[in-house]
Ligand binder design. Structure first.
Ligand SMILES: Nc1nc2[nH]cnc2c(=O)[nH]1
Length: 174
């Protein structure tokens, strides 16, 4: 089990807003409006990652959290990641929660819940949101991942507002 006592006392709203800024930059760069950061035991931001759907050539699995978890796992051992916190603009989906679990990241703080996100994305071909709480995924694991959220949810939801309704449903051609 992760020793949650090792997790530092951090200003969650401050770091969550930094993840929102990453999400906004992701949208401006032509990707989906999601972003996350990883903060270490000293309160330093060690990684940041936006959604990579477009940048990765239409990869439906290029969620910000999954990409960050992969980078984090290549860079840091699970023992170090246990003291790290991922701040993410939206709740990790089942795939991303699985990736977080496997890396050993000790805590997740999220803005918008998957349930709330689903109301905005509907069944959009680029985002058929999986309405499953990340806590349910983590609860099936053998070590604990601390979860805080939803937090600043209406601010987080603003990142998505108008994005999905105005987005072409044409999708990929090959
Ligand atoms: N949480 C989250 N949900 C998504 N749905 C589509 N892309 C993403 C992403 O990058 N993060």
């Amino acid at each position: 089990m992760t020793d949650t006592a090792r997790l530092p006392d951090l200003d969650h709203e401050h770091f969550l807003r930094r993840a929102f800024a990453v999400a906004e930059r992701s949208r401006q760069a032509g990707d989906h409006p999601f972003g996350c950061i990883l903060v270490d035991a000293q309160g330093e931001v060690v990684l940041e990652q936006g959604n990579g759907y477009t940048a990765e050539g239409g990869d439906m699995t290029a969620h910000a959290e999954r990409l960050l978890a992969t980078r984090a796992s290549r860079k840091f051992p699970p023992a170090a990641l246990a003291a790290c916190t991922m701040y993410t603009s939206a709740e990790p989906c089942a795939m991303c929660a699985g990736a977080v679990y496997w890396t050993g990241i000790g805590r997740v703080v999220f803005g918008q819940s998957e349930h709330n996100l689903k109301e905005m994305t509907g069944n959009h071909p680029e985002n058929p949101t999986l309405d499953l709480p990340c806590r349910t995924v983590f609860a099936a694991g053998q070590r604990m991942v601390d979860v805080i959220g939803p937090l600043l949810e209406s601010e987080a939801a603003e990142l998505q507002r108008s994005f999905w309704s105005g987005r072409d449903e044409g999708g990929k051609t090959d």
